[in-house]
Write a protein that binds this ligand. Structure first.
Ligand SMILES: [Zn+2]
Length: 93
């Protein structure tokens, strides 16, 4: 299947009178997700990694992300803090 991007001017015309629901949702996500701490080392301010295997879920307007600790490199789910990857050995505290 080949996807053809819509030209930017056509996108702008389609969205001209639509309410912006993505920006407030993204800002809330960033604010809430930034408070999550690494289950391994406790560091905050994670890096958000797009779930490329299933980037969208039914009923969600934002793509799905998991967190990667900026200190030790552990990957974990954002809201449950379940480990889904191991810390990078060279970065373990
Ligand atoms: Zn960590």
């Amino acid at each position: 299947m080949i996807f053809h991007p819509i030209p930017l001017k056509d996108c702008e015309a389609l969205l001209k009178d639509q309410e912006d629901i993505l920006t407030p949702a993204w800002e809330k996500f960033r604010r809430d997700a930034a408070l999550q701490t690494c289950p391994s080392c406790g560091a905050g301010d994670p890096i958000f990694i797009l779930d490329t295997r299933k980037p969208f879920a039914s009923g969600e307007i934002l793509p799905r992300y998991h967190a990667r600790c900026s200190a030790c490199g552990m990957d974990y789910t954002l809201w449950t803090r379940l480990a889904i990857g191991v810390p990078t050995p060279s970065r373990v505290c």
